[in-house]
Design a protein. Sequence first.
Length: 157
Amino acid sequence: MTRKQDRPGIVLDDVSKAIVEQLQQDGRRSYAAIGKVVGLSEAAVRQRVQRLVEGGVMQVVAVTDPLQLGFARQAMVGVSVQGPLESVADALAELDEVDYVVVTAGRYDLLVEVVCETDEHLLELISSKIRSLDGVVSTETFMYLKLRKQTYSWGVR
């Protein structure tokens, strides 16, 4: 998927925001049910959802528990970079194990969330794939011990 910052901004009206909020609460909610709440037909909701997805405003996906799917290790990796950040961030985003890359201001230039099958897999990822990238100066790994909160229903503004 193309990054949101690569697309022109989309202005959301109140109805589109209400549709987004409905899907944040339950991504499987039917278009007909959403239509009743927001005052549109099922077809009109379907069109708006399609435009929101194509415009990069939202994705409708299944959020999974990596532990239940055989991934025993999640971690956040702080990455310090020398030189341009964008090329390193893009290379990290291409790695299968990486599910989140953000450019930051602070101690690290990039934060990278990774999901691995084992500790050995995590070690290989960090040593062979992340630290070997041109521009990577250092990394610090924060292994997840327990997930206390994960939400995607922050609403709209």
